[in-house]
Design a protein around this ligand. Structure first.
Ligand SMILES: C[S@@+](CC[C@H](N)C(=O)[O-])C[C@H]1O[C@@H](n2cnc3c(N)ncnc32)[C@H](O)[C@@H]1O
Length: 220
């Protein structure tokens, strides 16, 4: 590439970013990213967040979903009406009332740190916007996304209350139908969500499991 010439991809990205209505709206409302509107739309439709809940949020940085969660739990006497434990391998700017665990969710040490702050070991809702760094190699990216989804599901099977919900980011494509099937084994209802703020050209899709089923009782 000739010296001084910027890659076309970055120019396209910048043009799209500057003209994106969700970017502008996020700036006006003080959200840390446009992703806030994805969770807001899903929650408007599915009514996942309710005051008093204990919510675990995976892949929280920079924190715009966390901002939406705080708003929707609300405050009483300046105290958050609920508990939020947010996890990310990247640091986030602190948000009042949020317990943040910094670490890789795939690591045992992060899981232990998260488990140690879960009141009575349970939560009402798990939401995950975690995404792997994309390599561009479809099979490898699907496998990495699959690992994150599987770990979120395993965590939910252990720590989500019966009847609770799990929302995860996923990709449409190979692997997707398997993820849907694994959700169907654990939840009363499984829904697929593509909020308007999720770019049409992106394969990003959210998978929502509603109503965690009781664990089958141990065989005597
Ligand atoms: C799309 S961003 C989340 C944006 C966030 N929902 C918001 O609204 O600000 C995905 C996040 O997942 C995190 N992430 C990806 N893999 C992770 C892992 N294994 N453990 C912890 N965080 C992870 C990344 O660091 C990144 O911050």
């Amino acid at each position: 590439m000739p010296a001084g010439k910027k890659p076309r991809f970055n120019q396209n990205w910048m043009h799209r970013h500057l003209n994106d209505p969700y970017v502008r709206k996020a700036q006006q409302k003080g959200y840390r990213s446009r992703a806030a509107f994805k969770l807001a739309e899903i929650d408007d439709q599915d009514k996942l967040i309710k005051p008093g809940m204990c919510i675990v949020e995976l892949g929280a940085a920079p924190g715009s979903w966390t901002q939406v969660v705080r708003e929707r739990l609300g405050f009483a006497d300046h105290r958050l009406r609920g508990r939020v434990i947010a996890v990310d391998m990247l640091p986030i700017e602190p948000l009042d009332g949020i317990h943040f665990v910094e670490g890789d969710f795939r690591e045992e040490s992060t899981l232990k740190a998260l488990q140690s702050v879960l009141p009575e070991g349970h939560c009402d809702l798990v939401i995950s916007d975690m995404a792997p760094n994309l390599s561009g190699v479809a099979a490898a990216d699907t496998a990495r996304m699959g690992d994150l989804i599987e770990l979120s599901l395993d965590f939910s099977k252990l720590h989500l209350k019966v009847g609770g919900c799990l929302l995860v980011k996923s990709f449409q494509g190979s692997g997707f139908s398997q993820w849907v099937e694994s959700f169907k084994r654990e939840f009363r209802q499984v829904l697929i969500r593509k909020p308007k703020a999720s770019r049409e050209e992106s394969s990003e899709t959210y998978l929502l499991g509603k109503g965690l089923l009781p664990r089958p009782s141990a065989i005597p």
